[in-house]
Write a protein that binds this ligand. Structure first.
Ligand code: ADP
Length: 286
């Protein structure tokens, strides 16, 4: 089985994730915006519109959602936001899966899903990796005010309503500098991380990557990803163990490939560091 690398690209509002997504697209990645898909789910005629009208009749007129009015309702009320997410998210992820399959069928090298809200989505560990774009708070407010015409108060309120995605990051892209610097950093990330990761996965073999030992954070991310796909993994020392037999497809989805050498059965396709995954009999999980 071959698998196309699929990574999430996230960051708080104004961090520069859409800018980074465009750069990755220029590099050759297949990019889709979950936020665009979510917007399309609320277009006239779509099923979700009737559900929104049922809950908040005032925000739908003649079958059209008044997005500003809807934003005013849900950003002031976490329960309402949760309800809206319950309506919008399922069709959004269904459509994203359909488009990802299309990118894969078209032979794209790596797929990037840009989304504002990874934290709290339930898909935090579903991707081969999470790229987080970050920039200092004040700079983000300046950019949103200057380029998007948002008031500083509105920008700050939106930022405060979003959870910090950094704990979920496998790769952090700093966008505290100029657009040219962002371009350089994103291209470096493509060359040094996404492409080798994608190549290892496609070959089903780790032929590229740094052999350094993983950090606790890196091990934690890998375990979370394996367990998202039902592998039942846990940390042991500098590596990971899972009860045999493991589901090969699940392991590949979590970013591991069969190990060509050494005692471990699998090794990370993620080129940032070498993480070994050993299989043990259930009773030996300890
Ligand atoms: P996000 O998608 O995370 O909300 P964007 O990529 O849309 O962020 O960036 C927010 C605004 O800031 C955009 O108008 C963008 O052109 C601008 N921007 C992004 N990165 C930089 C940068 N490094 N320097 C100056 N402006 C930037």
């Amino acid at each position: 089985m071959r698998l196309v690398l699929t990574v999430a690209l996230t960051g708080g509002i104004g961090s520069g994730k859409s800018s980074a997504a465009r750069i990755l697209e220029d590099c050759g990645a297949g990019v889709l915006s979950l936020d665009d898909i979510a917007r399309s789910v609320l277009e006239p005629g779509r099923e979700a519109v009737a559900e929104v009208a049922g809950l908040w009749p005032g925000v739908v007129r003649d079958g059209t959602v008044d997005r500003r009015a809807l934003a005013d309702v849900v950003f002031a009320d976490p329960v309402a936001l949760e309800r809206l997410n319950g309506i919008v998210h399922p069709p959004t992820w269904r459509e994203a899966r359909r488009r990802l399959a299309g990118l894969e069928a078209a032979g794209c090298e790596a797929a990037v899903v840009e989304l504002a809200l990874l934290a709290g989505s339930g898909r935090e560990d579903a991707f081969h990796g999470n790229v987080v774009v970050e920039a200092p708070f004040g700079l983000r407010i300046d950019r949103l005010e200057r380029h998007r015409g948002m008031s500083r108060e509105a920008a700050a309120a939106r930022m405060a309503s979003q959870r910090d995605p950094l704990p979920l990051a496998d790769l952090v892209v700093n966008n505290g500098g100029s657009p040219a610097e962002l371009q350089r950093r994103v291209r470096d990330a493509w060359r040094d991380w996404l492409r080798p990761y994608a190549s290892n996965l496609l070959r089903g073999e780790r032929t590229r990557g740094d052999d350094r030992r993983p950090s606790r954070h890196e091990l934690g991310r890998a375990v979370a990803r394996l367990n998202y796909w039902g592998v039942g993994a846990r940390r042991r020392g500098d590596g990971i163990v899972a009860p045999a037999p493991v589901d090969r497809k699940a392991v590949l989805r979590a970013g591991f490939v069969p190990a060509a050498e050494g005692p471990a059965a699998f090794v990370s396709a993620n080129p940032a560091c070498r993480i070994e995954l050993s299989t043990v009999r259930d009773g030996a999980m300890g």
